[in-house]
Design a protein around this ligand. Structure first.
Ligand code: CU
Length: 204
């Protein structure tokens, strides 16, 4: 009998866990989707669309990676939430260096294929906080890390499409960052269960 009620308690506990998981999913919010058009450019990729300021506590940033692959930074543009650690992996048979002349400036040194260096983006006072990434060995290499105030952001694909998932209900400014073009932010009101679509046209 005792054993039975223990099993029952375990079941209840499991059900409660499932319910609380479900509640988290429901509270995870609404999608903002749309397209970005970069005027005069063949590609609409690599625009960062982001919520300028959000309140509340956010889940801990997951691990982010920025590779050095085929003599390029991959991805070309990596948005991360404030405090995130980025792992830089050299995939090439040649040594790469990674440094940034922006903000607090950093230089991670030079390292060979298969090795990584980590850097934590914890020093930004205002957002977006943009770091140009360069390599002293290969001056043609360039990438960007865009540090943002919150985790609600997305990068556009070549077709310009972007999707920001899980935005909590509220009124925000939706802004866009691109290395070579710009557009003003737009006000957006997000309601639970009502996906929002917003497009941007960027110009130099
Ligand atoms: Cu290099």
């Amino acid at each position: 009998m005792k054993r039975f009620s223990f099993a029952g308690g375990a079941l209840l506990f499991a059900a409660a866990l499932l319910l609380s998981n479900h509640a988290t999913v429901t509270a995870a919010g609404t999608a903002i989707t749309g397209t970005v058009k970069v005027t005069g450019s063949a590609s609409n990729a690599d625009a960062v669309v982001y919520i300028q300021n959000a309140t509340g506590t956010f889940p801990a940033a997951k691990a982010m990676t920025m590779d050095q692959s085929k003599m390029q930074f991959v991805p070309h543009v990596l948005p991360v939430p404030a405090g995130a650690t980025v792992r830089f992996l050299n995939q090439d048979p040649t040594a790469h260096n990674v440094f940034s002349p922006d903000n607090e400036k950093f230089n991670l040194g030079t390292w060979p294929q298969g090795q990584t260096k980590d850097y934590a983006f914890t020093k930004c006072a205002k957002f977006p906080c943009v770091y140009t990434l360069l390599c002293r060995v290969h001056p043609e290499m360039e990438g960007y890390i865009v540090v943002l105030q919150n985790p609600f952001f997305a990068v556009s694909g070549k077709d310009g499409h972007y999707t920001i998932d899980g935005v909590p209900p509220g009124s925000y400014t939706l802004a866009v960052w691109h290395a070579k073009a710009k557009a003003p932010g737009k006000p957006v009101t997000v309601q639970a269960g009502a996906p929002v679509a917003l497009d941007f046209v960027l110009a130099k």
